[in-house]
Design a binder for this molecule. Sequence first.
Ligand code: 2HA
Ligand code: ZN
Length: 271
Amino acid sequence: MKDLSHAPFIEELCDTTDNMYRLGWNERNGGNISILLRDEELAPYLEGNDPILRDLPLAVPFPQFAGRYFLVTGTGKYFKNVSRHPDVNLGLIRISEDGSIAHLLWGYSQGGSTTSEIVMHLGAHWQRLQVDAAQRVVMHAHPANTIAMTHIHPWEDKAFTLSIFGTCTECIVIFPDGIGILPWMISSSPSIGLASAEKFKEYRILVWALHGCTVTGTTLDEAFGLLETVEKGAEIYMKTYLAPNRCGIDIGMLRDVAEAFTLQVKPGLLD
Ligand code: 2HA
Ligand code: ZN
């Protein structure tokens, strides 16, 4: 395997982790990203019979991804450090034939493994690919306002989505398919991974109560933009929800936006 450090997909991931860190979404080792790489973007870096550096067992097997390559942030690694040392903080894995092992081909050069949320990532990739074959990015972060909102708002998909839609006009335009919420669960567990995968059948955006937010996208930019817009809505919500003269965007106004922009709003959301 040739050195991937300057591959375009690594450089883009480094820019993204830098931006996420500077926005305060990924403190310490918080957050994780995975990208399902296309064979053609990886081909220039493969050398035929690339040696497996280490085998990393998966708690839940994903035979449906046998032979597929993922670029994944490492467990315990800091987003703050990814761009300076991509080979330490990122790993390129290939899923084994039976789906139970991630073969490490590059990265995690000072030890370590894939993100602790790998079951959620692989589950989310699989479910979103069934909906849209172009979706290749799963991005998890801890944006403060989104988490804060889950302290004061019911954990209910439709109500949470409408509260965010009510904050600024752009939200319904950017994610008319809404936001799913998972009640508080132990993070990094196979059970939160599998429960999340269920929600990703329906949503591209999943808020984990009292923890953070995960989005899926076709590109890093698209996923980043979703997170950014959810967090902007949550910030406005947190700044205004106690104001006695708060107005907000009501259902009638949301219907007008949906019509003006011919949005594919999730059925039932604006009823
Ligand atoms: O990577 O964000 O959810 C640390 C986490 C766990
Ligand atoms: Zn997290």
